[in-house]
Design a protein around this ligand. Structure first.
Ligand SMILES: [Zn+2]
Ligand SMILES: [Zn+2]
Length: 370
């Protein structure tokens, strides 16, 4: 079938909307008519060659839409179902067998190689391969092909056009709190960097009953939004070289939990140094190779934990429907961080994502005539 998709032809090149051929689904696959898709920095890192994905490529990994066609072996979905497409995993490696899906040892290839696991491509232009299958979905198109096991059915009364970001930034932030920190009501938490991931963590901290909830950022507008979404205190990182002291003034002795979404070594160190003895810092941001952080050994010795978390350590078919319920109960008002763009304005969305003008760009797809 023919679709429209945003193709990047060379490293750091523009997104160009083009007509492509999408292959038929295999028995375990679905074709989803994309209604809207979030844009995440990882898409732009893909465009810019960070993962050595081949060109021409199609990106996008926060797609939400309606099932258009199902393969012969698909049992849990039928055309018309509303779905969010989430991250891929192999199902066979030691981590997948322990149901630690976000740490699948084959995930990088499945996300970034531009093909199915067996190397086959999904998209073509005049018979020449186009590398889609980004996160096994490539949602920057009017239709996307994914596997049944990566698709999450969502309730039909929820507004699909805001649900795509739950697939990555939403569950990354919320899962870090609900699956990893598992705070008790009244536990203190500090979130360093309140973009889409940090705000999702903060909303989850509020749901869990954390207090205080401290937001740290350099953008005054984001701190204001953080307050609206549940932060009890905000710290403007711009004017302060004493962020750790400020956190400790709000939470005497330090916070029980901290999260860093910036992956900047100096900020990650502050997130660690804000911890009380026995506290846990989770790293949610991603940095390029070569970045290091140093920690004072006696400080870590006091039972403090530093650990990385991918995709909120979630099982998407469990966490995403739960987050959709929170959205419908207005406990997870993700729409407040979203800025919508027409698909045709994808390059503007990318620019405003990088500049910080948009916290979470969401592209609305044109009506699909297929
Ligand atoms: Zn695996
Ligand atoms: Zn992402």
């Amino acid at each position: 079938m023919q679709i429209k998709a945003a193709v990047v032809r060379e490293r750091s090149g523009p997104f160009v909307i083009d007509t492509l051929d999408l292959c038929d689904p295999r028995p375990e696959e679905l074709i989803v008519r994309v209604v809207a898709t979030g844009m995440c920095q990882t898409d732009l890192h893909g465009r810019d060659g960070y993962f050595a994905s081949p060109y021409p490529g199609v990106y996008g990994h926060e797609g939400a839409g309606v099932v258009h066609a199902v393969g012969a072996a698909v049992r849990d979905f039928e055309p018309g179902d509303h779905v969010v497409m989430s991250f891929p995993w192999c199902g066979a490696c030691p981590n997948c067998r322990q149901h630690r899906l976000s740490y699948c040892v084959r995930s990088r290839g499945l996300k970034m190689r531009g093909t199915r696991a067996d190397g086959s491509t999904l998209l073509s232009k005049d018979g020449a391969a186009v590398y889609g299958a980004f996160f096994q979905q490539s949602s920057f198109g009017t239709c996307a092909l994914t596997q049944e096991r990566y698709a999450v059915k969502v309730r039909k009364d929820a507004p699909l056009e805001i649900l795509g970001p739950l697939a990555c930034s939403g569950q990354t932030g919320a899962g870090a709190v609900l699956n990893v920190m598992k705070p008790e009501p009244g536990d203190s938490v500090a979130v360093f960097g309140v973009g889409a991931v940090g705000l999702s963590a903060l909303m989850a901290a509020k749901i869990a009953g954390c207090d205080p909830i401290i937001a740290v950022d350099v953008h005054a507008s984001r701190l204001a939004l953080a307050r609206e979404l549940g932060a009890t205190h905000t710290i403007d990182h711009n004017g302060s070289s004493k962020v750790v002291d400020e956190v400790r003034a709000i939470a005497p002795g330090g916070v029980r939990y901290s999260a860093d979404t910036s992956a900047l070594p100096a900020v990650l160190r502050e997130a660690i140094e804000s911890l009380t003895p026995g506290g846990t810092c989770v790293l949610l941001g991603s940095a390029r190779r070569g970045n290091e952080v140093s920690i004072e050994i006696p400080f870590l010795q006091d039972g403090r934990i530093l650990r990385g978390v991918i995709q909120g350590e979630s099982t998407p078919k469990e966490l995403i429907p739960q987050l959709v319920d929170f959205v419908m109960e207005n406990k997870f008002p993700i729409q407040k961080m979203i800025k919508f763009y027409d698909f045709a304005d994808i390059n503007l969305a990318a620019h405003e994502s990088s500049s910080g003008a948009a916290i979470k760009p969401v592209l609305r797809m044109p009506a699909f005539a297929g």
